[in-house]
Design a protein around this ligand. Structure first.
Ligand code: PLP
Length: 226
């Protein structure tokens, strides 16, 4: 039997070595125990991604306060208040009602919250996110008066779950193109519109080639989820 910590260290080193320095690694820790997260933290990692509010709420107080928690799941308005006090970046924002709720809670907590708009790029209907048209309307009409406690940092997307790499490639390329166009025409601070969150364990290389600046990787670091 191999030592699980050693395996984690090896996997982590391998993933890190595969990433260019301008790409931020978010270790996706959904379903992982606080002990597993602590083990990766002890290896020096600080950015962790979670999908479920209840799970995140349970783990966050048990772990070091300097962890940068990324909320990468579908966020319901009723759950915003639970994560606003500590969340570092909300990846999955899908419309003005959620932005309004984030603004309200961020103001109450006296925090600036960084957000990404999730764009629907996959063929699956089950995946969440805005159409490019909807996102463009939000970005070009971005109001710092309406959302003074929110900083629009960029976009997030998930490709279709398919073996057909040409499909994945096309979706990533389209999102990267859209990201660049929005950065130019963005009414929010374009210098801060710098994050394109795309790529997971199975497709991170392709996402980076297309222009990703942030990958969300679970399995390749922690092993298969049970
Ligand atoms: C689970 C998840 C990931 C990580 O997936 P892996 O295949 O384990 O790397 C990335 N992004 C989102 C939104 C996820 O839900």
């Amino acid at each position: 039997m191999s030592d699980p910590k050693e395996t984690l260290a090896e996997r982590y080193a391998e993933v890190k070595a595969s990433l260019p320095t301008h790409v931020t690694l978010v270790a996706v820790s959904k379903t992982r125990s606080a002990e597993e997260i602590q083990a990766l933290y002890d290896l020096g990692h600080r950015d962790f991604g979670e999908n479920y509010v209840q799970e995140l709420r349970a783990k966050q107080p048990a772990l070091p306060a300097d962890i940068r928690w990324h909320y990468i799941g579908h966020l319901q308005r009723s759950n915003v208040k639970h994560i606003v006090p500590f969340v570092h970046l909300v990846h999955g924002v899908d419309g003005a009602p959620l932005l309004d709720e984030l603004e309200k809670r961020a103001a109450a907590a006296s925090r600036m919250i960084d957000v990404l708009l999730q764009i629907h790029i996959a063929q699956e209907e089950t995946k969440h996110g805005l159409s490019q048209k909807e996102a463009e309307a939000l970005i070009t009409g971005w109001s710092t008066e309406r959302w003074p406690h929110l900083q629009l940092r960029g976009l997030m997307g998930m490709a279709t779950n398919t073996e057909d790499l040409a499909v994945v490639r096309r979706e990533f390329d389209a999102l990267a193109d859209f990201f660049r166009t929005m950065k130019e025409g963005c009414l929010a601070d374009p210098a801060l519109f710098d994050t394109l969150s795309m790529g997971m364990s199975g497709d991170a290389d392709m996402a980076i080639e297309a222009g990703s600046t942030m990958v969300r990787i679970g399995t390749a670091i922690f092993g298969e989820r049970s």
